[in-house]
Design a protein around this ligand. Structure first.
Ligand code: FMN
Ligand code: ATP
Length: 312
């Protein structure tokens, strides 16, 4: 999969494609359905498929503090899109210039001049352009005029409700991993590099891999049953994701993973952590001794859970 950053990096050979536009945070079942249809149309027309996305996501641009935590960082999103067979991603910086483009200018500059789009696939609720003034009807009119096709993807629902990134975040926040996994089509995963921590874990009888969370916020907090991919195979464990109120922290979120009976060195490696079940909320303990007892109980619960269970 090819990544093109910014309209100015589009070349004549990038013209002529089928495209879709959106945030694609988490690449959930709704997104996957759009991407499947995009693959079909690309094959029919004999052109590559292209996903147009924004970085930062528009809500992060408008409200950096209030925007919801990401399900996937750009790097994870690109890996997920590549796995869905996307040929190209056009990543546009969401900045003052882009936000001021009217719907008509967006169509002209991005879809026509930039990509020379032959087919566009979007969700029926898709809106774009300055003040979200562009909608499906607007695109349909532009398509008729300019000679490309546009199609509204059928809404993907689970339990009679539309699948969306927002709903996946809600499921994670409420600890409903069964629903989150059904909406994502896979367990929720966080990928990050293992950094050196405060080395307190050993004293707590729970050495942990400290997984870097680049963004300060994560879409979930608490203590979870997890599995981490070690040399391509899932290894069972337990993890805390939060600000660690019992130990003096810097206020930012950490992901600490204790893998059951694991002795290897993980520093510097990228670890993929899959979340399966919430054990409890993160707590402030009065002493390290109390924290140690709680972690021992978490580990015992993890052992009991994983005993004989197939891992994903
Ligand atoms: C299973 C598990 C549960 C945890 N629960 C809590 C908790 O409830 N409250 C808290 O402040 N820290 C909790 N922690 C985080 C520990 O405080 C943290 O792992 C410890 O400080 C080790 O950090 P270090 O690797 O930076 O040395 C938990 C860690 C693990 C592995
Ligand atoms: N469940 C769904 N079924 C069909 N299409 C969808 C579904 N969810 C999103 N889409 C479409 O996928 C494209 C990208 O969607 P986008 O990631 O911007 O929205 P979303 O998943 O609904 O996220 P949010 O919850 O933040 O609104 C858009 O065209 C959107 O309409």
């Amino acid at each position: 999969m090819q990544l093109v950053r910014g309209l100015h990096n589009l070349r004549p050979q990038h013209r002529g494609c089928v495209a879709t536009i959106g945030n694609f945070d988490g690449v959930h079942r709704g997104h996957q359905a759009i991407l499947a249809r995009l693959r079909e149309r690309a094959a029919e027309l004999g052109v590559p498929s292209c996903v147009v996305l924004f970085e930062p996501q528009p809500r992060e641009y408008f409200d950096p503090k209030g925007a919801p935590a990401r399900l996937s960082r750009l790097r994870d999103k690109l890996a997920l899109l590549a796995a869905e067979g996307v040929d190209r991603v056009l990543c546009l910086a969401f900045n003052p210039r882009l936000r001021e483009l009217s719907a008509a200018e967006f169509v002209q500059r991005v879809l026509l001049d930039g990509l020379e789009v032959r087919h566009l696939e979007v969700g029926d609720d898709f809106r774009f352009g300055c003040d979200r003034a562009g909608d499906f009807a607007f695109l349909a009119e532009a398509a008729r005029r300019e000679g490309f096709t546009v199609e509204a993807a059928k809404t993907v629902e689970i339990d009679a409700e539309r699948v969306s990134s927002t709903r996946v975040r809600q499921a994670l926040a409420s600890g409903d991993f069964v629903l989150a996994e059904r909406m994502l089509g896979r367990p929720f995963r966080i990928v990050g590099r293992v950094l050196h921590g405060q080395k307190l874990g050993r004293q707590l009888n729970a050495p942990t891999a400290n997984v870097q969370l680049k963004r300060k916020r994560a879409p979930l907090t608490g203590v979870y049953l997890v599995s981490a991919e070690i040399d391509g195979r899932p290894w069972p464990g337990v993890a805390n994701i939060g600000v660690r109120p019992s130990v003096a922290g810097d206020g930012s979120a950490h992901l600490e993973v204790h893998l059951l009976d694991f002795a290897g060195d993980l520093y510097g490696r990228r670890l993929t952590v899959a979340f399966h079940h919430k054990l409890r909320d993160e707590q402030r303990f009065a002493s390290l001794e109390a924290l140690k007892t709680a972690i021992a109980a978490d580990i015992a619960a993890a052992r009991a859970h994983w005993h004989g269970q197939p891992l994903k």
